[in-house]
Design a protein around this ligand. Structure first.
Ligand code: NAD
Length: 276
C-alpha cells in the first residue's frame, strides 16, 4: 500500500479520489483549507511552503504519488487567488515533493477542458504564469472586464498543463520512473460547478455550453480516472492531458489534434532527440 498526497481533499474530485485511495488501503495525506491532515491556504506563498513541508513530514520523506486537485473556478474578484492556487499551488508543491517521489510514483494534476474550449486566452497570461509571475498574468487579463475570471482560469489551466507536459518528459521525472500526467475534466457536478450554477449569468453560459454526451460529469467517475492514472496501467503514460469532458473538446476542435510536429517546432524536436 502506498502513501499519497491529495490537495483539495475536502471536496469534489479531490475528495472522491482521497476516499477511493483510502478505501483501497492507501495512506492519504490530504491538503485543504480545513478538514484535512494538512490545513494550508495554497493562495499564499507561506501556505504553499507549509503544505509542501508538512506533507513531507507526514509522509516520512517518501511519496508513492500525488493528486493535485485543489483549485478555484472562474470567480469574479478572485483572479489573483485563481492564478496562485491553480498554477503555483500545483507547481511549487510538485517541485518540493519531487525528491520524495519514489521510482514508480505517479502524479495526476487536475487541469480542465477550459484549456481548449475558451477562445482568446491571452498567451501573455500563460507565459507570465510559466514564469511564476501571477501578478503579470492577472494584469494581462484585466482588459477582458467581466470575462477576466474565465480568462485567468483558462490561462491557469493552460499553464499548468504546459508545465506538466514540459516537466513529465524530463530525465528527473520520466527518466527516474515517475509518471506525471493531467486529467482535463469538462463540467463536473461538484461544489465548484454548483457555485457557478447558483449565479444566473454564469448558469446560462454553463447550460448553453455544448456537451455531446449531455448533462454534467460525475465526480466519482472522474476520481476513478484519477485512480486509474495512479495505477500500474499508467506505467507508459507520460505528459498526457486526458480529456474526460462529454465530448466538448472534440466538438470544438475535432481536427486540431493529433497533429504532426510543425516546421517551427522542428528545432525543439531535434534538440529533444539529441538530449536522449
Ligand atoms: P471543489 O470546489 O469541490 O474542490 C476544490 C477543493 O480545493 C476544495 O476542497 C477547496 O477547499 C480546495 N481549495 C480551494 N482553494 C484552496 C486554497 N486556497 N488552499 C487549499 N485548498 C483550496 O471543486 P472540484 O470541481 O472538485 O475541483 C477540483 C479541480 O478540478 C479544480 O482544480 C478545478 O479547477 C478542476 N476542474 C473542475 C471542473 C468542474 O466542473 N467541477 C471542471 C474542470 C476542472
Amino acid at each position: 500500500m502506498g502513501t499519497y498526497a491529495v490537495t483539495g481533499s475536502r471536496s469534489g474530485m479531490g475528495g472522491e479520489a482521497a476516499s477511493k485511495l483510502r478505501a483501497a488501503g492507501h495512506t492519504v495525506i490530504g491538503v485543504d483549507l480545513a478538514d484535512a491532515e494538512v490545513e494550508a491556504d495554497l493562495s499564499t506563498p507561506s501556505g504553499r511552503r507549509t503544505a509542501a513541508d508538512r506533507v513531507l513530514d507526514a509522509a516520512g520523506g517518501r511519496l508513492d504519488g500525488a493528486v493535485l486537485a485543489a483549485g478555484l473556478g472562474p470567480l469574479r474578484g478572485r483572479e489573483r487567488q485563481i492564478a496562485q492556487v491553480n498554477y503555483l499551488g500545483v507547481v511549487e508543491l510538485l517541485r518540493a515533493w519531487r525528491p520524495a517521489l519514489a521510482g514508480g510514483a505517479k502524479v495526476v494534476v487536475i487541469s480542465s477542458n477550459s484549456t481548449t474550449t475558451t477562445p482568446l486566452v491571452p498567451r501573455r497570461a500563460v507565459r507570465a504564469l510559466l514564469g511564476d509571475d501571477p501578478g503579470q498574468a492577472v494584469r494581462s487579463v484585466r482588459l477582458f472586464g467581466p470575462a477576466a475570471p474565465s480568462m485567468i482560469y483558462a490561462a491557469s489551466k493552460l499553464a499548468v498543463s504546459h508545465w506538466v507536459r514540459r516537466t513529465a518528459v524530463r530525465r528527473e521525472w520520466a527518466g527516474a520512473g515517475i509518471r506525471l500526467n493531467a486529467l482535463a475534466p469538462g463540467a463536473i457536478l461538484t461544489p465548484l460547478l454548483e457555485r457557478q450554477l447558483a449565479d444566473p449569468s454564469q448558469a446560462r453560459a454553463v447550460k448553453a455550453f455544448p456537451v455531446p454526451a449531455g448533462g454534467f460529469g460525475d465526480p466519482s467517475q472522474l476520481a476513478d480516472w484519477v485512480v486509474f492514472m495512479l495505477s500500474d496501467a499508467a506505467d507508459f503514460l507520460v505528459g498526457s492531458v486526458v480529456f474526460v469532458d462529454g465530448g466538448s473538446d472534440a466538438h470544438f476542435r475535432s481536427d486540431a489534434w493529433p497533429r504532426p510536429v510543425p516546421l517551427r517546432g522542428l528545432p525543439q524536436y531535434l534538440r529533444l532527440f539529441a538530449r536522449r
